[in-house]
Ligand binder design. Structure first.
Ligand code: NAI
Ligand code: MG
Length: 770
């Protein structure tokens, strides 16, 4: 071809990467893969077929691990765990470092295998997936080294079951295994059924790196193998995948005592303001939605474009789409590769075909036969249209317009998800005003899809909970050294006297800043240890919970400054201290103890403590290896409900309240049912202390009746189950309604854990330089 023609057409030739190294690896393993348990590959079977989606050809046969095989892997992890933990952080650091070095050495094999198995362009597996996975092991070698000094109050969870998806097979493996190993856990990992190959190479690397047998186990199989792992005797399940399976796992682990982290789907907004650098924003969008064929949980799949520039932007975007090269993933000049499996392709086709709204544009670029889908743009959608709400998980971008920044935020947050968000503007003031308002775990400013091992990644709402990466990611693989004792169960005292005949003499609930009669109109008599009638406490029901949560959602406490929150907590402390005698007498009368005054003093002290923390529980600026700052901002989790413990009727009420308020949350407190009168008295302290309406609500009555409604409530972000395992199970069994966080509390003086439970980390990425 003459040179002028090349300049005219800007056509590339093909530049195929040699695949023989990966095929040779498969041949060396007899064309079959299977579980890696206790440091060795077990004999493999040809139960399932692993394919190259770009050609449909069989790559290998795979063992579908049975329940017994999963049990065996878990036993091997269990047996290896104590020694791995005892080996110490420095010894574990050496092993993680060796893994990173060996992965680097085998980087080409890993990249080629990843593209063969998943269909992603080799350019991406070579330059993004594999280097980021390696970086994760280097970074966590450091965390292992520093654990004894920097995290001396935390210990490993034990055995972690880890289930990963097919979109970033090796990278997700790294995100799961590196922090788990660093903190002294052992693991059983299940790769996705479409893409197990690089996990098998990783298993090989573990043997070479001197990972002790049993520390890393890999079980191959499908959802049934995953479900068996969820049911096995593991201490934690870490899952990345679809929201529907995440929901099933949350239900399956309810009441099991297993820790859980979920990284689920998303429908992340990509907001372009009218002052944005449009060509950069178009280029960013290529990365946001056509990277990995759009099969990315944090894909910028919802374009929100300022009305004034919408037509221009869409035209430039279409022109860019037409230039995307779609084809053989092993070709180094390809932009868009194959969809992972024909089933996924059908799902994308079905979603797009079912849509009748807006205008659909397919890129005018040749699309090969087989498992490929053209880059697609659907413009003119309304925020409520199905494709604006549902995850497509393919190379399909949907678009709508906005007029003002406030409207952009409103549309962006109009989603059940909250994983990531991108915004483009040349105005730094606008960017920094909008970023905190977006409901998302990650926000990219004038960039997209930036990731690093030092920066946390994870979502809110139905995108799941827990962070991966950085210091915050270590929380998910460690626990406080001091185990939390199971709260003692208290039987209420009985005595003479019926329920209140005159409801007006009964203490009231406290909802929305006001004393409120219970919706059901019922109350219960409260007796002292000698059977004397002390008073009546209202019995709250589902509607009282509804009213309380509504008040929480309207209270605006999350927008207040730490300084103001401190002032109000100090004021509460002052007012409670002034009533020490009254509260002490009430406590002693209810419980029959003589430690009431001590408990009031402890409650005052905890108010002072969290008042002190209110303007000091800070985020971080992450040290990421690029010209960018990644700000780890602490944001309130939102609306909390707490089932308070019976052990200290006042302290058990004030501690969760103070911790929640300190970190910017509102809270509905379900007081101790046997000892509710300190709580009803406390509402007068709240009234006297300038606590805005709805920030704190107090309900009384049997917690067992309230727990299921708290678990199921769609407006609550989290429930703190501080009164024992039985009610925790009640809440957890229903928490999957909105993928709610459920937390069981921490020791009274473990302030860090309480503060962490009240906050969520949002990572805001801001690249710099011209
Ligand atoms: P999936 O959620 O079914 O699969 C993810 C992993 O979970 C795989 O390893 C699978 O074997 C395992 N699994 C499946 N059922 C299980 C169960 N009952 N218990 C335990 N483990 C189980 O995702 P799938 O079917 O591959 O893709 C379906 C849709 O999910 C996609 O179209 C996409 O919308 C979404 N998805 C989201 C991902 C994300 O990163 N957020 C990743 C993969 C899929
Ligand atoms: Mg495959």
């Amino acid at each position: 071809m003459p040179i002028e023609t090349i300049f005219d057409t800007m056509e590339y030739g093909t530049a195929p990467e040699d695949r023989s190294v990966a095929l040779q690896w498969i041949a060396n393993h007899g064309g079959l893969i299977g579980p890696y348990v206790n440091g060795a590959f077990a004999p493999a079977r040809d139960d399932l077929t692993i394919r190259n989606p770009a050609t449909g050809e069989k790559l290998a046969g795979m063992t579908l691990c049975t329940k017994d095989e999963v049990t065996e892997a878990v036993q091997s992890a269990r047996a290896a765990q104590p020694d791995w933990q005892k080996a110490g952080g420095a010894a574990r650091a050496r092993v993680l470092y060796a893994l990173a070095r060996l992965m680097q050495k085998h980087a080409r094999l890993l990249a080629v295998m990843e593209s063969l198995d998943n269909g992603k362009p080799i350019r991406e597996s070579r330059d993004i997936d594999i280097p980021l996975a390696i970086r994760h092991f280097y970074h966590h070698a450091g965390h292992a080294q520093l654990m004894p000094s920097a995290l001396s109050d935390r210990v490993a969870l034990g055995v972690c079951g880890q289930i990963i998806p097919w979109n970033f097979p090796l990278l997700m493996l790294a995100w799961k295994i590196a922090p788990a190993l660093a903190m002294g856990n052992t693991v059983v990992l299940k790769p996705a059924e479409y893409t197990p190959m690089t996990a098998m190479i990783f298993a090989d690397i573990c043997s070479q790196a001197g990972v002790p047998p049993g520390v890393v186990n890999i079980v191959t199989g499908d959802g049934s193998t995953g479900a068996a792992l969820v049911d096995a005797t593991v201490d934690k399940i870490a899952f990345t995948g679809s929201t529907s399976v995440g929901r099933q796992i949350q239900e399956a682990t309810a009441g099991s005592g297993k820790s859980l982290t979920l990284e689920l789907g998303g429908k992340s907004p990509y907001i372009v303001f009218d002052d944005a650098d449009i060509d950069s924003a178009v280029e960013g969008l290529v990365d946001a939605i056509w990277f990995n064929q759009g099969q990315v949980c944090c894909a910028g799949s919802r374009l929100l474009i300022h009305e004034a520039i919408a037509d221009d932007f869409h035209n430039r975007l279409k022109a860019r789409m037409d230039k995307l090269r779609i084809g053989d993933p092993l070709d180094k000049s390809i932009d868009v590769g194959a969809i992972v499996d024909p089933i996924q392709l059908q799902q994308i086709q079905a979603l797009v075909q079912a849509n009748t709204a807006g205008q659909t544009y397919h890129a005018q670029t040749p699309v090969p036969e087989g498992c490929f889908y053209p880059p697609t743009l659907i413009t003119g959608l309304h925020p409520a249209d199905t494709l604006m709400q549902e995850e497509i998980f393919g190379p399909v971008l949907v678009s709508t317009t906005f007029r003002t920044p406030a409207e952009a935020v409103e549309i962006a947050n109009n989603s059940k998800y909250g994983l990531a968000a991108t915004l483009w503007t040349e105005n730094i003031n606008l960017a920094l005003e909008i970023a905190p308002k977006l409901v998302a775990g990650v926000v990219w400013v004038n960039a997209t899809n930036l990731f690093d091992a030092a920066a946390g990644f994870g979502g809110t709402r139905e995108s799941g909970f827990g962070r991966e990466g950085g210091w915050e990611g270590l929380q998910a693989y460690s626990k406080p050294r001091q185990p939390l004792p199971e709260p003692a169960q208290v039987t209420p005292f009985t005595g003479q006297g019926a329920a209140a005949d005159d409801i007006d003499r009964t203490a009231k609930l406290f909802i929305g800043g006001k004393q409120a009669r219970p919706d059901g109109g019922y109350s219960q008599a409260i007796f002292g240890p000698k059977g004397q009638l002390l008073g009546h406490a209202p019995i709250a029901n589902r509607k009282d919970i509804r009213n309380a949560v509504q008040a929480q959602l309207a209270c605006g406490w999350g927008k207040t400054t730490g300084h103001l929150r401190a002032q109000i907590l100090y004021y509460l402390a002052e007012n409670l201290a002034a009533q020490t005698n009254r509260f002490a007498e009430r406590l002693d009368a209810m419980t029959g103890s003589t430690t009431g005054a001590e408990e009031v003093r402890a409650a005052v002290d905890i108010l002072f403590t969290y008042a002190a923390w209110a303007d000091k529980f800070e985020g971080r600026a992450k040290s990421v290896p690029m010209r960018a700052v990644a700000l780890a901002m602490r944001e309130p989790v939102g609306t909390i409900a707490a089932l308070c413990s019976d052990q200290h009727p006042l302290l058990g009420l004030v501690t969760p309240m103070a911790a929640a308020l300190c970190t910017g949350n509102s809270i509905t407190l379900c007081a101790s049912a046997p000892f509710p009168l300190a709580a009803t008295d406390f509402s007068h302290i709240l009234e006297a202390s300038d606590v805005p309406a709805g920030v704190v609500n107090i309900l009384t009555g049997p917690q067992a009746d309230l727990a299921p409604h708290l678990g199921a409530h769609m407006g609550l972000d989290t429930v703190w189950c501080l009164s024992g395992a039985e009610l925790t199970q009640e809440v957890q069994a229903r928490a999957s309604s909105n993928i709610k966080r459920v937390w069981q509390g921490a020791a009274q003086d473990d302030h860090d854990s309480w503060l962490d439970a009240g906050t969520e980390i949002k990572t805001i990425w801001i690249p710099y330089g011209e």
